[in-house]
Design a protein around this ligand. Structure first.
Ligand SMILES: [Zn+2]
Length: 342
């Protein structure tokens, strides 16, 4: 039997074993971004409202949902129920207030929203959303060049026709277009905001014919953030000002991004803000120290796994919540518990 076949058999046996003897639940922190029906969800950041309701039902039935701060305190004190769960939402999209909040309230499940404060009260959205929608929805040329830091970089989307706005497509996978989004993302993620905007402007002039809507959704305004936290069910954490790759910044800029977002969150909510989430989950020792020095009590990473008393308070693991119905979501929670601690 080949190694691959053996691995397949082992995975299959493990999944059967988990069904018969479900693994003990372990404390989990979940990451959501948007609760929305988005047919063009390239980054898989949206959970549909219907699926979200099913997921909340699973959490109510099988888990012990806690506010993130209580979850972390219980974790450190060793008093956390093993089936504890905390919900987090990154970035601060408006649907967190309009779609997620009423459902969280109906299920009485608390959550923390990590806010990218520079986008509050500003029109427009995140560059990665626009990048994906441009390349997926606009026909554009077969190949094109972008000037990146004075050097010409060549990209080729091949002959695939673009996706329709309803998410359907003549080409099954849109492999070339999706690969192109990935390579542009890697090329421009660590650039400064102005440099990146120059490249986005090149992309708009190369691709945009007005068929695409640049952003799937906007970020909340100050008034909307205050409405979100008014009854105490949802709390706010900081997620920097401009959503940079923090490890690529110099020390001063890194400190500014972290401290200014804390102050902005505290000004918005008139309460201390103790939690932080690293944009893209990116951090190194210098960034971690800066978050600690800014006065945060804990910080969330995107390292998958369950949380335990030994977890690094400034790199708490989180599980990405996919757009799954109740049964598949319950299975995903079981697998996350079985996968162990991070
Ligand atoms: Zn983010």
């Amino acid at each position: 039997m080949s190694i691959r076949s053996r691995l397949r058999v082992r995975t299959r046996l493990r999944s059967i074993a988990h069904r018969i003897w479900p693994p003990e639940p372990k404390p989990l922190i979940l990451t959501y971004h948007r609760i929305a029906d988005d047919p063009v969800d390239h980054w898989e950041l949206a959970v549909s409202p219907a699926h979200f309701e099913e997921q909340l039902d699973v959490l109510r039935r099988t888990r012990h949902p806690l506010p993130l701060a209580d979850f972390v305190r219980g974790l450190m004190a060793g008093s956390l129920p093993p089936n504890a769960v905390a919900l987090t939402f990154d970035d601060g999209y408006i649907d967190n207030l309009l779609v997620a909040k009423p459902r969280l309230a109906a299920a009485d499940v608390p959550a923390t929203v990590f806010l990218t404060t520079g986008f509050v009260d500003r029109s427009g959205g995140f560059w990665w959303d626009e990048l994906a929608r441009l390349i997926l929805l606009e026909k554009g040329p077969r190949s094109f060049d972008l000037m990146v830091r004075g050097e010409s970089v060549h990209f080729d989307v091949g002959t695939e026709p673009p996706m329709r706005a309803d998410g359907t497509s003549k080409s099954a996978m849109l492999t070339r277009r999706k690969a192109t989004i990935g390579s542009i993302w890697r090329t421009i993620r660590c650039l400064g905001d102005e440099e990146r905007e120059l490249i986005m402007a090149q992309l708009r002039s190369t691709f945009a014919n007005g068929n695409y809507r640049a952003w799937p959704d906007r970020i909340m305004t100050s008034a909307e953030v205050r409405a979100l936290v008014a009854d105490g069910l949802v709390t706010i954490g900081a997620h920097t000002v401009n959503h940079p790759t923090l490890s690529a910044l110099d020390t001063v800029a890194c400190h500014h991004e972290i401290i200014k977002s804390k102050l902005a969150c505290e000004a918005l909510t008139a309460a201390p803000v103790e939690s932080f989430a690293y944009p893209y989950g990116d951090f190194d020792a210098k960034v971690r120290d800066a978050v600690k020095a800014a006065g945060f009590v804990f910080a969330c990473s995107v390292r998958p796994g369950s949380a335990c008393a030994k977890s690094d308070l400034f790199a708490l693991p989180r599980i990405h919540a996919h757009n799954l119905g109740g049964d598949a979501f319950e299975q995903a929670l079981r697998s996350a518990s079985a996968a162990g601690e991070a």
